[in-house]
Design a binder for this molecule. Structure first.
Ligand code: GAL
Length: 790
């Protein structure tokens, strides 16, 4: 946990930070009187944060967020929480911290206005000590997400990230008040911002202690006496960690700094900061290196929604997404197109991902009618600086992005804004490059580039331009900040021979498509500005000067259902679908981006007799793959030149399609797909069968529709009903189909291409959760998940 220890209750310890998520009341609609303590909220719903009311609503084409925003309701909502004043509050600094509220939050305490925060992705805090009174106090929050459309993707609505209550001494480390930088030799520099809210100058002693990942003390600085006047003080300390353990994507070891402030020999503050020791470089010719070792940034872009759980932050759901990405070989994430939840960055630090932390999708010029351009003039400085100050201790972050495909790249106003934003970032952090994701490739017409303030040329799409980049831009560092935009539906296969651009250009109305509202998973469909997965990866992999790439996108996300109209309501761009089930291209990347042996064949094996079907195999660690149909060899194939898969044209006959990969004549892997019969039974598979009884942890249950022999039935769309007993509940259901209008909060779901998902969430009571799945005509199934107190 960043910025202080997290404890269960406020005590007289030097500093406490408690979760402030429980026992809120919520009302969907506008209740201006609710800011006042006199207002009665007895009819309001009780809930625990984080909360996203949009995901609970019904899909409707008429919802003002439009399909681009996910087709779910938005509007205005109010939250209220009554709480007891923390002990000894009059002598303390009590702060309420919001990690993020979407959007236009306004906060009151005991009817007194504390302030507003328009940008829904910024973290912010209010010091509330002086408004507190003994006994009961009241926080009221208005969230206004009514003016729509305001986003090109699903944002969610509400207090969708965590809320904290911090108590510290009046002389203490300020919010986000430490900045640690360390180089590969172990030289550390610690900047500490100390606040003094006592109204008179103070003397104190500052000591830093650093522990390694195993908890061993590795450094204690000499106590430094400091004088702090009432405006606070910044102190810089320098020291040396001997033989530092370097943070990397394969060994993401962090250090913990504990900053102590003492007054009159008494400890008045203890503030924790995690950090990592690592160095990295971008080189115009050689690309990226971490700790002196060359490596390509193998990244994906991710939006913040968690599929069926909406935008409501859940650490396990984020961790699962990252686990799925890690297993594919991803080593970097771009937080498109906004600052993420702090826990997301903690996970990237712990799991070993590099991060491109992005501030904005627009500046003063709009992309949608009610988006952040309305707030840019007044708030951009605050929002950008807060992102950098909040996030600059994360070893995972290697890039600050000041914006994605910003309209100002096309006119001269881009120059001044770019210079201003870059200098704001550099004033706060000189250790990381600043980038912007650009689309205009003619630099003479690109005014963001013309500002000559960026450290790296970040280019979106245009993979054919990678080749000559060093010739056209000698000495300029290069990163493919966004690529591909291939379109796929899991389990849907449309003849592979041709590549489709959907839509085909910027002018023609999209008329192609199919009645299944799907896009082929043969990696043969993309937006016209993008490419198939293979087309871009082939180029990116060829050139050292391409430091890396961020594929659009790792997961499908809510909103932007291009190219389909309603009822499509979520994206087709993901390498993994919204429910977390990989599409086939996942294995292409896995075969290229990991060393682990891969052999994956597609498509399924249920076709009409005699149909000519293209069978693809993604593989690695082998010289060849041999394919067999019902025991008969269909020949051996090897990837030639820059091939990323091999293929056979096979006349369909039912049975078993088997592939064997071989190296030096020896079998490496075998895989098979069988013709499935009619649906007969349900199988339930839990990603984890033991979870924490903390009211937050999740078990993701994959629901498979099988034939009598145990094969997944590839086109099964049976409606599955769920019953839950014991210490848990269903937090969401999904099947990954981009045009399903079934609700995510339900105890039923239709399977899609043989699969659906139920997400179980624990309560705080330890015990067992039993999930039973039934479906007309199928043998039912149940599974239990244990929930344990830690
Ligand atoms: C890009 C944009 C992304 C997404 C993508 C879809 O131009 O940066 O946010 O809209 O297109 O292909």
């Amino acid at each position: 946990m960043r910025g202080g220890t997290t404890k269960q209750s406020i005590s007289e310890e030097p500093r406490t930070r408690i979760s402030f998520n429980k026992e809120w009341k919520f009302f969907l609609g506008d209740e201006p009187g609710a800011k006042s303590p006199a207002y009665t909220d007895s009819k309001w719903r009780k809930l625990t944060l984080p909360h996203d009311w949009s995901i609970e609503g019904k899909f409707d084409e008429k919802n003002p967020a439009k399909p681009e925003g996910g087709g779910l309701p938005t509007g205005i909502g109010w939250y209220r929480k009554e709480f007891n004043a923390p002990a000894n509050f009059a002598n303390r600094l009590i702060t309420i911290e919001f990690d993020g509220v979407y959007k236009n939050s306004q906060v009151w305490i005991n009817g007194k206005y504390l302030g507003k925060r328009p940008y829904g992705y910024s973290s912010f805090a209010y010091e509330i000590s002086k408004y507190l009174k003994p006994g009961k106090n009241l926080i009221s929050v208005k969230v206004d997400n009514a003016a729509q459309p305001d986003s090109r993707w699903y944002s969610g609505s509400g207090i969708y990230r965590n809320v904290w209550l911090t108590s510290s001494a009046k002389v203490s480390v300020a919010k986000w008040g430490t900045f640690v930088t360390a180089d590969q030799s172990g030289k550390v520099q610690i900047e500490t911002q100390i606040q003094n809210k006592t109204l008179k100058p103070q003397s104190a002693v500052l000591v830093h202690t650093i522990y390694d990942a195993s908890g061993k003390l590795v450094l204690k600085t000499k106590p430094a006496s400091v004088k702090i006047d009432t405006s606070g003080k910044m102190i810089t300390s320098e020291d040396q960690i001997k033989n530092p353990m370097l943070w990397s994507v394969t060994n993401p070891k962090q250090y913990k700094l504990v900053t102590q402030i003492l007054q009159n020999n008494k400890l008045v503050d203890a503030y924790e900061t995690k950090f990592g020791v690592r160095s990295f470089q971008f080189d115009a010719e050689k690309g990226f290196s971490l700790n002196g070792k060359s490596m390509k940034i193998l990244g994906v872009c991710l939006h913040h929604d968690l599929g069926a759980l909406g935008a409501a932050v859940n650490v396990r759901a984020m961790e699962r997404q990252l686990e799925i990405m890690k297993a594919m070989g991803v080593n970097a994430i771009r937080t498109a197109h906004n600052p993420p939840a702090p826990e997301f960055l903690d996970l990237c630090d712990q799991m070993g991902f590099l991060v491109m932390d992005e501030a904005f999708d627009m500046w003063a010029k709009k992309k949608t009618k009610n988006d952040y351009h309305l707030n840019f003039a007044e708030w951009h400085k605050r929002d950008l600086e807060d992102m950098v100050v909040r996030d600059r201790n994360h070893p995972s972050i290697i890039l600050w992005s000041i914006g994605n495909e910003i309209r100002e790249q096309f006119d001269s106003t881009g120059i001044a804004i770019t210079k201003e934003l870059v200098s704001m970032v550099k004033n706060l952090d000189k250790t990381r490059p600043v980038i912007s994701a650009l689309t205009e490739t003619d630099s003479t017409k690109n005014f963001i580039y013309q500002a000559k303030a960026l450290d790296i040329y970040g280019l979106n799409y245009n993979h054919k331009k990678y080749k000559d980049f060093t010739k056209n831009y000698p000495g300029v560092k290069f990163l493919a900040t966004e690529t591909t935009s291939a379109l796929q539906t899991r389990g849907f296969y449309d003849t592979a021979d041709t590549i489709r651009r959907w839509p085909k250009d910027g002018k023609t109305k999209f008329m192609e498509g199919n009645k299944e509202w799907s896009a082929s998973a043969y990696d043969n469909v993309s937006a016209y500005w993008g490419s198939t997965h293979e087309e871009t990866w082939k180029e990116a992999k060829k050139y050292d000067h391409v430091s890396g790439l961020f594929v659009w996108t790792g997961f499908d996300y809510l909103g932007e259902p291009l190219p389909y109209p309603w009822p499509a309501r979520s994206s087709y761009f993901g390498i993994v679908d919204l429910a977390g089930f990989p599409k086939d291209s996942y294995y292409m990347y896995q075969s290229e981006w990991t060393d682990q042996p891969v052999l994956h064949i597609l498509p399924h094996w249920n076709w009409e007799q005699g149909k000519s079907v293209e069978v693809w195999a993604y593989y690695n660690n082998a010289d060849e793959v041999e394919l067999y149909l019902n025991g008969k060899s269909l020949g051996k194939k090897s990837k030639q030149n820059d091939d990323l898969h091999v293929l056979w044209k096979v006349n369909f006959e039912p049975g078993t399609l088997k592939a064997i990969s071989r190296k030096n004549g020896k079998d490496v892997l075998t895989t098979a797909v069988k013709t499935a019969g009619i649906p007969a039974k349900i199988e339930l598979v839990a990603d984890r069968s033991k979870i924490k009884a903390d009211g937050k942890d999740l078990s993701f249950i994959t629901v498979k529709i099988l034939d009598a022999a145990g094969n997944v039935v590839p086109n099964a769309d049976n409606l599955v009903d769920f019953k839950v007993e014991g210490s848990g509940f269903i937090a969401g259901v999904d099947n990954g189909f981009q045009a399903s209008l079934e609700p995510f909060k339900a105890n039923y779901r239709k399977a899609f291409h043989g699969l659906c998902l139920a997400i179980l969430r624990s309560t705080e009571k330890a015990g067992m959760i039993k999930l039973t799945a039934t479906s007309a005509g199928l043998a039912s199934s149940s599974i239990t998940v244990n929930t344990v107190k830690l």
